[in-house]
Design a protein around this ligand. Structure first.
Ligand SMILES: [Zn+2]
Length: 163
């Protein structure tokens, strides 16, 4: 009986660690790829201190693990079951919110769901799907609100990059 109760206690502990919209978003961002703090921050629109707190919670619960590559520390999911668990719950929501404007968002393939990103020059939030001014730098795509912002970035990327 003791072990039986312990099991549910541990299950609840794990869910508590996941139970925040930003932490669920981090888990979502890490599906299929490992990201360093700077990359996660760019996508999440969160102050660094706040993000560190969420990453620590996820790390302490063993949901994410870190891996050092050169001078960067990358975050990755410790188990792909975290993605499956999230998807299963989203399916419940998709059924519940069928016929509402949320439905199309919830029924999307999660891999297609793109978060908002920043124009690193002016700070404007952009949707990568509709932003048409882009620039590829060091294998990563950056999005801008205008050609003027892009040009400023191209001139000296290091001025705008967090890492
Ligand atoms: Zn801009």
């Amino acid at each position: 009986m003791k072990m039986y109760n312990k099991m549910f206690e541990l299950h609840a502990q794990l869910l508590r660690a996941m139970s925040h919209p930003k932490r669920l978003e981090i888990i979502h961002l890490l599906r299929g790829k490992n990201l360093c703090v700077g990359e996660i921050q760019q996508k999440l629109d969160l102050p660094q201190a706040n993000l560190s707190q969420h990453l620590m919670t996820l790390r302490e619960a063993g949901i994410v693990v870190t891996e050092r590559k050169g001078k960067n520390i990358f975050y990755k999911l410790s188990d792909k079951n975290f993605i499956e668990a999230s998807d299963a719950l989203r399916e419940v929501l998709a059924k519940r919110y069928k016929d509402t404007e949320l439905a199309s968002e919830l029924e999307k393939n999660m891999d297609e769901l793109v978060p908002l990103t920043h124009d690193l020059v002016c700070g404007k939030r952009l949707c990568p799907k509709s932003a048409n001014v882009t620039y590829k730098y060091n294998g990563k795509i950056y999005y801008f609100c205008s050609k003027a912002c892009k040009e400023k970035f191209v001139e000296k990327p290091s001025k705008f990059l967090i890492i």
